[in-house]
Design a protein around this ligand. Structure first.
Ligand SMILES: Nc1nc2c(ncn2[C@@H]2O[C@H](COP(=O)(O)OP(=O)(O)OP(=O)(O)O)[C@@H](O)[C@H]2O)c(=O)[nH]1
Ligand SMILES: [Zn+2]
Length: 292
């Protein structure tokens, strides 16, 4: 049977098979010999040991589409990052950092601003403008009223999505909205997984519809930029791209150079100041890293 690894913990892999449910599996020695570690998100073949006890052996890992390091997951199609428009106020530094780490791993991002019921139209227009050329899709919703939930469901359908966002923005509320009919099942999955295990938070996939999976990612608060040369940081800001070859200097970093078209676009309001300021801050941060 073929399924998907939902969670790996204590040497066990929990494999969800569409139509059959969740199996507790062990990986056979061949993986260790090949130095291949099964990942959450992997599509795998399993041999059933006991249909009654829902146990099996993991026998094959299918070829991966991609493998993320942060968070550790395979075959991820996209990321959904949730922030509240208000309560808590959005931490844009965190959001912009997150966008860079996703861009590094070539994962498309949907930015979801939740709690629209607490925001003014002006606030939302500003957010839309700040992120319109960021390369991300921006959507608005209120998990409290159900507004915008259909749109999210459509964006998630048939895909494996990692969900991230700071505490209190409405991730659980969103999940509850989009998986109403699934709640019983996810509850059962969590029960099985929790049994006799430690309390450390691990990455876990949740099955929310046919071929549709969502991963609630732990550890969002510290996003340290790494493996980026400061000179390359500009490539992680898609809104700079139209101006890339028009600056006076080749290799312009768009910070102190005269004749910089990015800075001109900023002054003309064509590039978001919020995004540009973070670019400068991250640039400085990367420059400092190099000195250590
Ligand atoms: N006004 C309003 N409140 C909301 C909305 N969505 C969620 N909330 C409230 O915001 C609070 C936090 O929501 P959660 O869904 O627990 O947030 P979370 O992101 O899962 O938080 P953590 O579990 O800490 O990561 C709760 O009191 C929710 O009732 C919304 O659309 N509008
Ligand atoms: Zn420039």
């Amino acid at each position: 049977m073929t399924g998907k690894i939902m969670k790996g913990i204590g040497g066990f892999y929990y494999v969800y098979v569409e139509g059959s449910g969740l199996y507790e599996c062990r990986a056979r020695g061949i993986f260790r010999n090949k130095k291949m570690k099964p990942n959450v998100g992997d599509v795998v073949d399993i041999d059933i040991l006991s249909e009654e006890e829902k146990t099996g052996n993991l026998v094959k890992i299918h070829k991966r589409k991609n493998q993320l390091i942060r968070p550790m997951a395979a075959n991820v199609d996209q990321a959904l990052v949730i922030f509240a428009v208000h309560e808590p106020e959005p931490n844009f530094h965190l959001l912009n950092r997150f966008l860079i780490t996703m861009e590094q791993q070539e994962i498309p991002v949907i930015i979801c601003f939740n709690k629209t019921d607490l925001a003014t139209t002006e606030q939302m227009q500003q957010l839309e403008k700040d992120y319109e050329n960021s390369g991300c899709q921006v959507i608005f919703q209120a998990a409290a009223t159900g507004e915008g939930i259909t749109q999210i469901e459509e964006l998630l359908r048939g895909k494996t999505t990692i969900m991230a966002g700071p505490s209190g923005v409405g991730k659980s509320s969103t999940l509850n909205c989009i998986s109403k009919e699934k709640q019983m099942e996810t509850g059962a999955v969590s029960e099985k997984i929790k049994r006799g295990k430690h309390t450390t938070r691990h990455s876990e996939l949740i099955h929310i519809g046919e071929d549709t999976y969502l991963m609630d990612t732990p550890g969002f608060s510290s996003l340290f930029l790494e493996n980026i040369e400061k000179e390359d940081l500009k490539y992680y800001f898609p809104e700079f791209e139209p101006y890339e070859n028009t600056c006076r200097f080749n290799g312009c970093c768009h910070i102190h150079e005269p004749g910089c078209e990015v800075k001109k676009a900023l002054e003309e309001g064509k590039i978001s100041k919020l995004r540009y300021d973070d670019y400068c801050m991250f640039y400085e941060e990367l420059a400092q890293q190099k000195k250590w």
